[in-house]
Design a protein around this ligand. Structure first.
Ligand code: GDP
Length: 298
């Protein structure tokens, strides 16, 4: 299936909220603008971006009749908000391995996303080592091992409760020794306290940096799209601690809050690199702003 089809299927709930056809023929008056505003807010586009869009629509279309052209106008507004001069693909290291550090709270879809990402990179011909640094959640490491085996990746894991930084260290050594293309590092998503968690992530990152200079090449934060604006608060916290370079936004298929993509981009200035639009292994898709916007208005 094509990207647009996948996006459409995955974003159906948000698209339903916009229900563009119902706009046609209506007068662009205050009532119309209020309703548009409320839909954008409900879709978690965010207050700032919503205000900006409403203002532009008012200026361009006040007292006119809503039609196809107005929809195109709103689409272009969203595309502009999502435009990111940085490439939406993952940075590849000049010298192997490319190291991708993955963070996110438990339940965000981190384990599943890592499996999907590993499969995708494997399908592209890369050799992969997975580092299971969430040594507190044995079930997560088990799950990751199953995925790893299925995808033909090697996994480095420690004994339950082992020092995550030492697992990261061993995984770096393994990847270097094997001249592996990609090292994906999973991390814990919950510890006794938030401070504790952030400190551990910093420690893992600095171990990786020491073992493989210039790495990590990406620090990807996994966020549950259904959390809407709460996801933004998580992004702020993680970015402060470990400097995220991009976001994997999951579970967009289960929510009407797909607009949170705009909020992540606007508030956090972080590119959305991948979106999760289902539970299957190929339901992690590279984010494309134009395709994303088009699939919200169908
Ligand atoms: P973790 O605790 O962050 O490692 O989360 P998991 O990877 O175990 O995912 C939690 C649940 O969310 C699982 O049931 C996954 O199948 C589900 N999940 C993850 N990503 C997606 C997605 O994009 N769409 C849907 N519908 N479910 C997802």
């Amino acid at each position: 299936k094509g990207l647009l089809e996948r996006f459409k299927k995955g974003l159906a709930k948000t698209a339903q909220l916009f229900n563009v056809r119902s706009w046609f023929g209506r007068k662009v008056d205050q009532e119309f603008l209020d309703e548009l505003e409320s839909r954008l807010i409900q879709a978690d586009v965010g207050v700032v971006a919503t205000a900006q869009i409403i203002k532009s629509v008012r200026e361009a279309y006040a007292d006119q009749t809503a039609d196809e052209e107005l929809v195109e106008f709103v689409k272009n507004q969203l595309k502009e908000l999502l435009h990111d001069p940085r490439p939406d693909v993952l940075t590849v290291a000049a010298k192997k391995p490319s190291v991708y550090l993955i963070a996110g709270v438990n339940g965000s879809g981190k384990t599943t996303s890592i499996a999907k990402l590993a499969q995708r990179l494997r399908d592209q011909g890369n050799s992969i080592v997975l580092a299971a640094c969430d040594t507190f959640r044995a079930a997560a490491a088990d799950q990751l091992s199953i995925w790893a085996e299925r995808a033909g990746c090697e996994i480095v894991r420690g004994a339950p409760g082992a020092d995550p930084a030492s697992v990261a260290h061993d995984a770096c050594q393994r990847a270097l020794a094997r001249s592996t293309d990609v090292l994906i590092v999973d991390t814990a998503g919950r510890l006794h306290t938030q401070t504790h968690l952030m400190r551990e992530l910093e420690k893992i990152k600095s171990v990786i940096q020491r073992q493989i200079p210039g790495s990590p090449h990406e620090v990807l934060l996994v966020l549950d799209g259904g959390n809407g604006q709460n996801a933004i608060r998580q992004a702020e916290m993680f970015t402060k601690a470990i400097g995220c370079t991009g976001v994997i936004l999951t579970k967009l298929d289960g929510t009407a809050k797909g607009g949170v993509v705009v909020a992540v981009r606007q508030t956090m200035k972080l590119p959305v690199k991948f979106i999760g639009v289902g539970e299957a292994i190929d339901d992690l898709q590279p984010f494309d702003a134009d395709t994303f916007v088009e699939s919200l208005f169908t």
